[in-house]
Design a protein around this ligand. Structure first.
Ligand SMILES: [Zn+2]
Length: 122
C-alpha cells in the first residue's frame, strides 16, 4: 500500500468519525461538501480521482475543511457560482480556508502516524 493510499484511508476514517457520508460520482466537479438541516452532511468525490490518490487526498481533506470551518456559516448567495450575488473575493477566501485546513489535517495525520510507528518500534 502506498503512502497516499494509507493517507486516503486515514482521511476516510476522519470523514466517518465526523458523521459525514462519502460517495463517488462520475462528474466534472472534483469534490463537493453539502450540509442541509435535517440531513446527514455528505462529501461527493469525482470517480476520476480514483486514478490519482494523492489528488484525492488533497480534495477530501479540503472538503473536510468545509465541514469543520464552514458548516452552516456560508452565505450561499455570495458563494454559489450561479448566484447573481456571487462575490468572488468571498468565495476565494472560503476556498483558501478549506485548503489551509486540509493541508493542516494531512500534516497532523502524518505526524500522528509517525509518532505511533515510533512507539511501536521502541
Ligand atoms: Zn471548496
Amino acid at each position: 500500500m502506498s503512502k497516499e493510499e494509507i493517507m486516503f484511508g486515514l482521511l476516510k476514517k476522519v470523514v466517518r468519525d465526523s458523521g459525514v457520508d462519502l460517495d463517488w460520482r462520475d462528474w466534472d466537479v472534483t469534490g463537493l461538501y453539502w450540509n442541509s438541516p435535517g440531513m446527514c452532511p455528505f462529501i461527493t468525490l469525482a470517480e476520476s480521482l480514483k486514478a490519482d490518490v494523492e489528488k484525492a487526498c488533497e480534495v477530501l481533506s479540503h472538503e473536510v475543511g468545509h465541514h469543520y470551518m464552514h458548516r452552516g456559516k456560508i452565505d450561499m448567495e455570495k458563494y454559489l457560482p450561479d448566484s447573481p450575488k456571487r462575490d468572488e473575493h468571498y468565495a476565494e477566501l472560503i476556498e483558501a480556508e478549506a485548503d489551509a485546513f486540509g493541508r493542516g489535517l494531512i500534516r497532523g495525520l502524518i505526524v500522528a502516524r509517525n509518532m505511533f510507528l515510533e512507539l511501536e518500534l521502541s
